[in-house]
Design a protein around this ligand. Structure first.
Ligand code: HEC
Ligand code: HEC
Length: 393
């Protein structure tokens, strides 16, 4: 954003705040005016710090939201998109390292957050899906996810649900349910999950120098000096905090090594059992080697490389990494400080032991916690489920 348009955005936010304040009545509104200005400015700035994208059509977003929460989309009516990408849990599942699908089958990867997914050019941890539209229908057919026999059967089912007819008509001009329309609507809803506008964005892009504490600013300085920005870049005008590339930072080799020692299996959501390799062999559970990007490109150089996740809203999206194998941000930092998993010869050469002490580690974690969109922390119900004011226009 240029200096001028930045000033304009701040002025616009102020104007919205003033309008909102004048709508409220009484002395309390006047005394809390300062707070009101901050709140409304944040909501108006949900995309602060993100590159501008066209807003998805509101009628498609509305249909897509219904489909996203629709359990009847799965073969036995048990599973919706929202049950693995839980809105209240940062659009991932905080209790599960890897997703649990149909009939309790454990998937091998962690459900990525869908916040800001509009900015992700290649989807899935290995980048195998090129667009939200092409991705949206895959879970409907995946045998361990929603397990439908064919798209035809799902579409035929949706066509019998009267509540959907007006939604299809408003979104697409006629009431007919089709697979491309469902894909487009699900994509539109996911594109509405814009979640910039964090305290960091106010500090970095809106000139609010008081938005970060000294410790958080020190954490950001370390984040830069320790080379994190090579893969999680922060620009002058916006910050995706992902280079959208694929890198091996030692996570899969670490998990494979730990699996040799023991395996924690998910029996039911929230109920886990830890088994030794001998016990596992007895019940016939094989380790699940995951080659990541190499499975898509077939290039040995891509072994165990996974897409760099954006670190936006990372405080909300535990557990971490493609297999959910690291539970806390502190433990993620310990992994990097130790130099990743040096035993993996394919690990990216930029992952090396860091001279960062305990205070430095905590400062980096404090910085990472400033990347949460303020409209998500404001209340328990995530505002992002609603299209933003900008998106509905
Ligand atoms: C059983 C749990 C489960 C269900 C149900 C599910 N997902 Fe997912 N989703 C996952 C997992 C796990 C991944 C990561 C898979 C991978 O990378 O190989 C994923 C990945 C994605 C991605 C890619 C995100 C990124 O950043 O790369 C999108 C988009 C997505 N899901 C949307 C949906 C939609 C839309 C639905 C409903 C039609 C849905 N999911 C249903 C578990 C689930
Ligand atoms: C060589 C590129 C690279 C560098 C350098 C790098 N990262 Fe990462 N980061 C990644 C990749 C790739 C992943 C995902 C790895 C996986 O899932 O196996 C990741 C994952 C993470 C995650 C987990 C996010 C999530 O949603 O699961 C955090 C937090 C993180 N990095 C922070 C940092 C910090 C802090 C530094 C500096 C100390 C750093 N990274 C340096 C590439 C990098």
């Amino acid at each position: 954003m240029s200096q001028a348009s930045c000033v304009l955005a701040v002025a616009l936010a102020g104007l919205l705040a003033a309008t909102a304040a004048s709508g409220a009545s009484g002395a309390s509104a006047a005394t809390e005016a300062a707070d009101v200005v901050v709140d409304v400015a944040d909501v108006a700035n949900v995309s602060l710090g993100l590159p501008a994208l066209p807003a998805p059509p509101a009628a498609q977003v509305a249909l897509g939201r219904m489909l996203f929460f629709e359990r009847r989309l799965s073969v036995n009516g048990s599973l919706s998109c929202a049950m693995c990408h839980v809105p209240e849990q940062g659009f991932t599942s905080n209790e599960l390292r890897t997703s649990v699908g149909m009939e309790g089958v454990s998937l091998r990867r962690n459900a990525p957050t869908l916040l800001n997914v509009a900015h992700v050019p290649t989807l899935f941890h290995d980048g195998r899906a090129p667009s939200l539209e092409s991705q949206a229908l895959l879970p409907l057919l995946h045998p361990d996810e929603m397990a439908n026999a064919s798209l035809k059967t799902v579409v035929a089912r949706v066509a019998t649900w009267p509540a959907y007819r007006p939604l299809f008509r408003r979104a697409f001009g006629s009431a007919a349910a089709t697979a491309p329309r469902m894909a487009q609507a699900l994509a539109a809803f996911q594109r509405s999950l814009v979640a910039g506008g964090s305290r960091f964005d106010r500090w970095r892009f809106a000139g609010d120098k008081a938005a970060l504490s000294v410790q958080e600013q020190q954490g950001f300085a370390l984040f830069q000096s320790q080379g994190c920005v090579a893969c999680h870049p922060v620009g002058e005008r916006h910050a995706l905090l992902s280079d959208q590339g694929f890198h091996n930072v030692g996570v899969q080799a670490r998990s494979d090594a730990l699996r040799q020692q023991q395996l924690t299996v998910q029996l039911l959501p929230g109920l886990q059992a830890t088994l030794t390799p001998a016990e596992l062999a007895r019940v016939g559970v094989a380790g699940s080697p995951d080659l990541g990007r190499q499975e898509v490109t077939h290039r040995p150089a891509d072994a165990r490389a996974f897409r760099t996740p954006s670190l936006r809203n990372v405080a909300l999206t535990a557990p971490y990494m493609h297999d959910g194998s690291i539970d806390t941000l502190e433990a993620v930092l310990d992994h990097y400080i130790a130099g990743g998993w040096p035993a993996d010869a394919a690990q990216d050469s930029r992952i090396r032991p860091l001279a960062v002490d305990r205070a430095g580690r905590d400062a980096i974690v404090a910085f990472l916690r400033t990347l949460t969109a303020q409209h998500l922390t404001a209340g328990s119900a995530p505002r992002s489920v609603e299209p933003t004011a900008a998106a509905s226009r």
